[in-house]
Design a binder for this molecule. Structure first.
Ligand SMILES: Cc1cc2nc3c(=O)[nH]c(=O)nc-3n(C[C@H](O)[C@H](O)[C@H](O)COP(=O)(O)O)c2cc1C
Length: 223
């Protein structure tokens, strides 16, 4: 079982979000998951140009770090997303990454996988951010366990109680992956959304025959 943590704070090792993401992963690791953390703020991930190349070819033309991160995400059974709260929203680094994932959303690359969203904040916006991240994971086809928003004020360190909560999320994520837990409301929303993307996948049948065939094989497109 592979679980990848994606952290989008520019504060490197000082990041409180990273501490929370790491606690989720550490706990998942002690339960047998192979874990990896990617600090996307330290990677070169440019903005989406809306050029449509990824939709037509399956690959972004930009020669930056995005494609390598995408491959790790695709190979994972679970994804932990972490963002600091910036103006009651995700950080710019996280948003740039999300926008680059538009094609991954169309093709539902996290279908059947599981995710967990975490945020850290001074005070406001923590739940809003975990909701945005959950929504993004659902868009990608993943189901999510309960997210974790950690308000920290001026503390430099994340308190033990919050790290314990994060540890429980790691445990729950591993359990969800192992038992293939169903979250009916999420499954319904994901299925409805996939019906919408079916039109897009069908319209790209010629350019993306492998993706189209996969959707037919999964029963998501009925010919
Ligand atoms: C540009 C910017 C915007 C922020 N906006 C908010 C905000 O809207 N509400 C809040 O409570 N804290 C806000 N903060 C504080 C951070 O969310 C908080 O310090 C967070 O824990 C930082 O995470 P990090 O240590 O992982 O970078 C902001 C910080 C920055 C740098």
């Amino acid at each position: 079982m592979k679980i990848v943590g994606i952290c989008a704070s520019p504060r490197g090792r000082k990041s409180r979000t990273l501490a929370v993401v790491s606690a989720v992963l550490e706990s998942a690791g002690t339960r047998g998951a192979d874990v990896e953390t990617i600090d996307i703020a330290a990677r070169d991930i440019g903005f989406c140009d809306a050029c449509d190349t990824c939709h037509r070819t399956g690959t972004c033309w930009k020669d930056d770090d995005f494609s390598a991160v995408l491959e790790v995400v695709k190979g994972a059974d679970g994804v932990v997303l972490g963002s600091p709260v910036y103006i009651d929203n995700v950080s710019g680094q996280m948003k740039a990454f999300m926008d680059r994932m538009a094609d991954a959303i169309h093709y539902q690359v996290l279908s059947g996988k599981y995710g967990c969203s975490v945020s850290s904040t001074w005070e406001s916006g923590g739940n809003e951010v975990t909701r945005v991240l959950d929504h993004f994971l659902h868009y990608l086809g993943a189901q999510t366990i309960e997210g974790l928003a950690v308000p920290l004020g001026d503390r430099e360190e994340v308190p033990g109680s919050a790290l314990q909560e994060a540890g429980k999320r790691g445990e729950a994520l591993v359990d969800a992956i192992k038992t293939r837990t169903h979250f009916p409301d999420q499954e319904r929303w994901i299925a409805e959304n996939r019906d919408f993307f079916e039109t897009i996948v069908s319209s790209h049948k010629k350019e993306r025959p492998d993706e189209y065939a996969l959707w037919v094989q999964r029963g998501w497109i009925r010919e």
